[in-house]
Design a protein around this ligand. Structure first.
Ligand code: ACM
Ligand code: ZN
Length: 525
């Protein structure tokens, strides 16, 4: 295997005709034809583009320059030889916003797409056609020419939502870690990074109107002696930097601001927003209950004034179409005994506390909609009545009727069930092969409802694995399997081929500094 991979690097002295290489592109492209020829990337290769694609060309020149040491010139495309040409083509509209064509011929390479996102993905595929050493962060100086096998490739995604959720509350992950993950997601054509910014263990986003939220609610009390890197928060400047970094890589960051439960971090700062009044104190996950009975009081107008102010700032920071409001695991014990909550039930003509939660989410949804955003919540937002416009993130894999129930009501659905997508679970429970078998479209779903399945995402809850190495191990290589599930048409999926490709990607991930599970487990499926 290694010989095959390393055969891609040819020094000038031993330049020869290349055998057809095994391609190891993840996710598998929708259509690819390989011909028995090779393009040689050398220090005379130029990158051709029109003005609007200059930043993409600069990204490619910069990326290719790192390992090759070549200073690739960017030129106005003029049909030259030895050029990697990037161009937009409105006739490729049928490939969608993220589709692209990649033609590698002996004399030149053309990446064409309807939009910049497609160009970006064409470049990611090109990366994967190069020898794995292209991922080196240092110059591989002994080689003067890098081979790229000739292919004719047409590609587009199966789903528009291809995501990963990282829980930044149970463990805070640094800005650098999040950037590293954005790069890795982009490489595998994943386009959503959902950040779980609020939970019982910490409030992780600066809100200018309420500085105490992060001054107090982002740090575990000293008695727990938590390592410094596990708590903290993102300033609004950090968020802006991350959003920009992600957008340049076709990744949209979706913020999650939990409510009405999993909010001990907020209640520890503002206990008056609970039904009982507190006091409360945050704690590391295993130092207390996993689900707290104390949640926001649905009968207190102050709660809504607070949440609307928080959302105002969040909406300003994130250009994403969607805001995630959590909605999961909110026990109703306090609401049952709270006179203000009971009064709200009576005044609004609600049946019970489930309907009160639905009313709560509905009120927030109206606020978000007025500001031009759409609401997503975990599948509990179905209970007590789902609004016509909310999108649902399905997680409770044991409630197998939920996906159909959601789409039959006409709501959008994102599939992230515990059965295949919980990457904090260990590999004995969810193997890479099991992830690969996942089909986000429920069996027997009517074709007319299929468009409501936006896609899927992996969730990583960071209460068990709390180190960077643990994060990597839980996510890699399972995220590679999910990327193929969410991008590639069912007809081109093959576990055997995927497993072979993983051997190449083991080396790529190692080169990228990822502590994949396969590195520690020799047969890590
Ligand atoms: C969840 O896992 N509570 C969404
Ligand atoms: Zn109450």
């Amino acid at each position: 295997m290694l010989l095959l991979i390393f055969s891609g690097l040819i020094s000038c002295a031993e330049k020869r005709e290349e055998p057809v290489q095994n391609l190891a592109i993840i996710p598998q492209p929708a259509g690819v034809i390989q011909t028995d020829d090779t393009f040689y990337l050398n220090n005379k290769t130029k990158i051709g583009c029109s003005g609007e694609l200059e930043s993409k060309a600069a990204y490619l020149a910069d990326f290719l320059g790192t390992a090759t040491g070549f200073n690739l010139e960017i030129i106005e495309e003029s049909g030259k030889r030895n050029v990697i040409s990037l161009s937009l083509d409105s006739s490729l509209k049928d490939l969608g916003e993220e589709g692209y064509k990649l033609e590698v011929q002996r004399k030149r390479i053309d990446i064409t797409a309807f939009s910049e996102s497609g160009i970006f993905y064409g470049m990611q595929t090109l990366r994967q056609l190069l020898p794995v050493q292209i991922e080196s962060k240092k110059i591989v100086a002994e080689f003067h020419s890098w081979t790229i096998p000739c292919v004719s490739l047409t590609d587009h995604p199966r789903f528009t939502w291809r995501g990963l959720m990282i829980d930044c509350s149970r463990t805070f992950w640094s800005k650098e870690t999040i950037k590293r993950y954005i790069d890795l997601l982009a490489f595998y054509k994943m386009n959503i990074l959902h950040l779980h910014l609020v939970d019982d263990q910490g409030w992780r986003i600066e809100i200018k109107k309420y500085p105490e939220l992060t001054n107090l609610g982002a740090f575990f009390p000293e008695k727990y002696d938590e390592p410094a890197e596990r708590h903290g928060f993102y300033t609004q400047n950090d968020i802006k930097e991350l959003v920009r970094y992600a957008l340049e890589r076709n990744v949209t960051i979706i913020p999650e601001i939990e409510m009405p439960g999993h909010v001990l971090s907020a209640l520890s700062v503002f206990p008056e927003l609970s039904c009982g009044g507190g006091p409360f104190e945050i704690h590391p996950f295993f130092e207390g209950p996993g689900i707290h009975e104390d949640i926001y009081c649905a009968g207190n107008e102050e709660v809504f004034r607070f949440l609307e102010s928080v959302l105002d700032e969040v909406i300003q920071l994130f250009p994403a179409e969607y805001i995630h409001i959590g909605g999961d695991e909110a026990p109703k014990d306090r609401w049952e005994k709270c006179p203000r909550c009971q009064r709200r039930i009576m005044v609004e003509g609600l049946k019970d506390e489930s309907e009160l939660q639905s009313w709560f989410i509905g009120r927030i949804e109206k606020y978000i909609n007025q500001k031009g955003k759409k609401l997503i919540g975990w599948d509990e937002i179905l209970e007590g009545g789902l609004s016509e416009t909310a999108s649902v993130m399905y997680w409770r894999g044991w409630l197998t009727q939920v996906p159909k129930e959601v789409v039959e009501q006409g709501n959008n659905l994102i599939m992230s069930p515990t059965s295949h997508c919980y990457f904090d679970y260990d590999y004995a429970a969810i193997s890479t092969e099991k992830v690969y078998e996942f089909n986000p479209v429920p069996e027997g779903l009517e074709d007319s409802l299929r468009h409501l399945i936006l896609g899927g995402q992996a969730n990583f809850w960071s209460h068990i694995d709390r180190t960077e190495q643990g994060l990597d191990k839980q996510i890699f290589p399972r995220i590679l399997a999910l990327s193929e599930v969410l991008w590639s048409p069912m007809e081109v999926r093959s576990w055997e081929r995927f497993e072979n490709k993983l051997q190449t990607h083991d080396i790529i991930l190692e080169e990228s500094g990822v502590d994949s599970y396969r590195k520690s487990e020799s047969n890590g499926k």
